[in-house]
Write a protein that binds this ligand. Structure first.
Ligand code: ATP
Ligand code: MG
Ligand code: MG
Length: 550
């Protein structure tokens, strides 16, 4: 077989290793703890972790917590849970960027002493004005030529809380005429009196992302700092920082395209808004693609890893069909999960020639495609529930299920022939009557006669009541994900709640988080949040039908 071709990042790494640039590679995943992780982050986690594993290197899990405004411990905990769930082994070490505040400060002083950074007193508006535009060069700040001694003294005073918030900044001295706006004397430090979740009120100055990030990588010996494309034009600044701070083994930044999925909402900002507006039931609402939502819905880490392999790594943006993710979970669960019977929209089926007090137990395979999963006993009796949709008074074209006079197979049961039905005064069918052929036990007739329809059922007196939640995409791409005002254009049918479903009695043993194939209906997971002792709630993970072919 032909060798799988390497992606562009693997090619860079292999070249670097061949040239002996690094003895061992170090990658990292650096989330900002300002929200829950989503499927896009999973891509970054699995990519970085996968590369470290592939090349015998190290993978660092680091919280990029240098911006105290939006960061919360709740987010730190959930991110940790998600990274572990995906199986990215970080060797029990979690790095926090805020642990480097002292060293970052030292780097800033180092740059000042070198004449590469200065304290600037311009107001934020003036700084913006002086910066120029894409077509016009910027102007030098009048404070740009302050001597290192003065800058050092002012910077220390900034640190010691002697100036108001926003009254001064530390800037890199690079080039106000650069074609790259990021290189026009970017801000390295700002004054902001904010409580930090890790360092409390130790600091009243905080480093800017573009200064902090390359330093974090360099401090940790990261070799390949893999980020998404929007940072491409920050790379010259990244390189400037690690060069001017004179690291012996500077890391290098490599950009790849973000993962976008059709018909879902990614982007912490948008997800947070849905949560804050109460449109969804928290960050783990099964319609979201946060990792906690996917987990709650019943996605497995294996399915997400498989999905990322299929998607690959690209240098330009594209959107991946959500159906591909569905394909991956279906494929993962197919041979692993029991196939059980659940009736989502029940009507009663009465077998009029079946003895009233009789119960028999059918031996049913747990998974027809995986013998190793064994069998279970399923009760069968005179009164069953079947899907309302499996009976019609008038036969539609090409309909082979129950209608008066027709014979069908009850899956793992008997052949039954519809004899009659009962309807209420509005014409709604309340009961279907049939007779069974005792010789057809197990679903085959001894005379070899065939039936075209097979339907599923549960034994009414033994069935367990359950709530089932069916999901559709939360947005409809064709109508546009976002409205003109920036709000999300929601699909009003994204959640359908069925309260009176019946599941077979074996499901009584199910624990929250367990998943099953409900025959003919798809894969379902017992909800971890809303299931209680006497109330089962199932989330549909995915239907049986696929619109995606690998
Ligand atoms: P969002 O824009 O969705 O809020 P973010 O980029 O602000 O995400 P961070 O916590 O800063 O979130 O990101 C951590 C890492 O995850 C970064 O390296 C970032 O590039 C990566 N990442 C974020 N979104 C995606 C995505 N859609 N596809 C691939 N990687 C992503
Ligand atoms: Mg970010
Ligand atoms: Mg963001």
């Amino acid at each position: 077989e032909e060798a799988i071709s390497k992606n562009f990042i693997e090619q860079i790494i292999e070249e670097d290793l061949k040239e002996g640039k690094y003895e061992k590679i170090v990658t990292r995943f650096p989330p900002e703890p300002n929200g829950y992780l989503h499927i896009g982050h999973a891509k970054s986690i699995l990519l970085n972790y996968g590369l470290a594993k592939e090349y015998g290197g190290d993978f660092h899990f680091r919280f990029d917590d240098t911006n105290p405004t939006k960061e919360k411990t709740e987010y730190v905990d959930s991110i940790k849970e998600d990274v572990e769930w995906l199986g990215a082994d970080y060797d029990q070490t979690i790095y926090f960027a805020s642990d480097y505040f002292d060293r970052m400060y030292e780097c800033a002083e180092f740059l000042i002493k070198k004449g590469k950074a200065y304290v600037c007193d311009l107001t934020p508006e003036e700084i913006r004005e002086y910066r120029g535009t894409l077509t016009e060069p910027g102007k030098n700040s009048p404070y740009r030529d302050r001597m290192p001694e003065e800058n050092l003294e002012l910077f220390r005073a900034m640190k010691n809380g002697e100036f108001e918030d926003g009254s001064k900044v530390l800037r890199a001295k690079i080039d106000m005429t650069s074609g790259n706006m990021n290189m026009r004397d970017p801000i390295l430090y700002r004054i902001a009196r904010m409580e930090h979740h890790n360092t409390g009120d130790d600091w009243c100055i905080y480093p800017m992302y573009d200064f902090a990030h390359p330093l974090e990588d360099a401090f940790e010996g990261v070799t390949h700092s893999i980020c998404t494309l929007e940072f491409e034009d920050h790379r010259p600044l990244y390189d400037w920082v690690v060069k001017e701070c004179e690291f012996l083994h500077p890391p290098k930044q490599i950009e790849f395209a973000k993962l976008y999925l059709t018909n879902v909402v990614t982007g912490k900002r948008y997800i947070k808004k849905l949560v804050d507006d109460g449109i969804v039931d928290g960050w783990d609402d099964p319609r979201l693609v946060t990792l906690s939502a996917l987990r709650r819905r019943g996605y497995t880490p294996e399915s997400i890893r498989r999905f990322m392999e299929l998607v690959g790594v690209a240098k330009s943006h594209s959107s991946v069909d959500y159906a591909m993710l569905e394909y991956c979970i279906r494929d993962d669960l197919k041979l692993k999960k029991p196939r059980v019977s659940a009736v989502l929209d029940p009507i009663k089926l009465v077998i009029t020639n079946y003895p009233e007090d009789q119960v028999e137990y059918m031996e049913v395979k747990n998974n027809q495609e995986n013998e190793e999963m064994g069998t279970r006993k399923v009760p069968f009796c005179r009164e069953l529930y079947i899907e309302r949709d499996d009976f019609k008074i008038e036969r539609p074209k090409k309909y082979f299920r129950l209608y008066p006079g027709n014979e069908v197979r009850l899956m793992n049961g008997y052949f039954v022939t519809c004899t009659d039905y009962v309807a209420d005064e509005d014409g709604n069918v309340t009961e279907v009557h049939c007779t069974y052929d005792p010789a057809s036990r197990g679903g085959n007739s001894p005379d070899g006669r065939k039936v075209k329809g097979t339907i599923h059922w549960v034994a009414a007196p033994f069935a367990k009541k359950a709530e089932v939640r069916l999901y559709e995409n939360i947005v409809d791409e064709e109508k546009g994900v976002y409205n003109e005002d920036g709000s999300v254009n929601l699909n009003p049918n994204s959640l359908k709640i069925l309260k009176d479903c019946y599941v077979e009695p074996s499901l009584e043993e199910a624990a929250p988080g367990d998943s099953f194939q409900f025959v003919r209906q798809g894969y379902f997971c017992l909800d971890t949040k809303d299931t209680s002792e006497d109330h089962m709630v199932f989330n549909r993970i995915v239907s049986m039908k696929s619109s995606y072919q690998p």
